[in-house]
Design a protein around this ligand. Structure first.
Ligand SMILES: Nc1ncnc2c1ncn2[C@@H]1O[C@H](COP(=O)(O)OP(=O)(O)OP(=O)(O)O)[C@@H](O)[C@H]1O
Ligand SMILES: [Mg+2]
Length: 253
């Protein structure tokens, strides 16, 4: 089956080759875990290695931040933008939602002009201010996510989680139902050092690696390493418990 490769060493193997085309893929994690880096790498790899132009939709940082961060990994986003293969768009959830709802909106035009195939939305957390009603909010995000898919895009959506170390909060099961895959980034404490862990919680329509893997951010971006084997007891936020609560969140509905 055709796969949309992230180009992230180790992650594509966990995803059995990559994301499925035209899917929405949620990357959730605490501040600084590497959500934006993972998303930028997905966009960079699409342009540099797969001939797939990309969009970055951001609600938080000034676009310059992305160019600087990307440059620190050796990814020349300015050059890609000059070549018409990348656009970094600073917008608001309100504007992008309305834009995608109408035919011939800015995003739709860009997708057609550039032949964009990938999009990074950084971050979905900003949608939370659109409604305090969780059912309504889910409807809004559902509409947004489907509009991206309708444009033929494969999307990486980031979402902040507040839990740092320790007791893992329950993943947002509402959002988990809307997306095709769900990747969790966590800080874990092992032998007095803080490391990072990556877990693919779900992947619709495909098998995937169920293990909890270590990952690092290096000068080349995200690199996924070996699993945390036999480490459950050491982690303060037990990954086994985290898995259990996630499964429960599904079963309860
Ligand atoms: N060139 C680099 N080499 C190694 N590590 C880097 C480099 N650039 C950034 N980092 C690390 O990447 C991490 C930040 O990653 P990123 O911005 O992707 O996180 P994030 O999850 O998006 O955070 P936030 O929730 O604040 O948006 C930092 O911990 C930083 O130390
Ligand atoms: Mg970020």
């Amino acid at each position: 089956m055709e796969r949309v490769k992230t180009g992230i060493p180790g992650l594509d193997e966990m995803l059995w080759g990559g994301f499925l085309p035209q899917t929405a893929n949620l990357v959730e994690g605490a501040p600084g875990t590497g959500k934006t880096t993972l998303g930028m790498q997905f966009i960079y790899h699409g342009i540099a290695a797969c001939g797939e132009p990309g969009l970055i939709l951001t609600f938080e940082e000034f676009p310059e931040q992305y160019y600087r961060d990307a440059a620190s990994f050796g990814w020349d986003f300015h050059q890609m933008e000059r070549e018409g293969k990348l656009r970094v768009i600073m917008t608001s959830p309100e504007v992008s939602k309305v834009d995608l709802e109408r035919v011939g909106g800015r995003i739709e035009r860009l997708v057609q002009e550039m032949g964009a195939r990938r999009i990074l939305v950084d971050s979905l957390s900003h949608f939370e201010r659109l409604s305090t009603d969780s059912v309504r909010l889910r409807g809004i995000i559902y509409g947004f996510v489907n509009a991206l898919k309708r444009e033929g895009l494969t999307a990486v959506l980031t979402r902040e989680s507040v839990a740092l170390l320790g007791e893992a909060e329950e993943p947002d099961s509402g959002l988990a139902f809307l997306v095709d895959s769900y990747i969790l980034l966590r800080y874990v404490e092992i032998e007095s050092a803080v490391r990072k862990a990556l877990l693919v919680l779900k992947m619709r329509g495909s098998n995937h690696d169920k293990g909890i893997r270590q990952f690092e951010i290096t000068s080349r971006g995200v690199e996924v390493r070996a699993p945390f084997e036999g480490r459950e007891g050491i982690m303060s936020g037990s990954p086994r418990r985290m898995m259990d609560s996630f499964v429960q969140a599904f079963v309860r509905r």
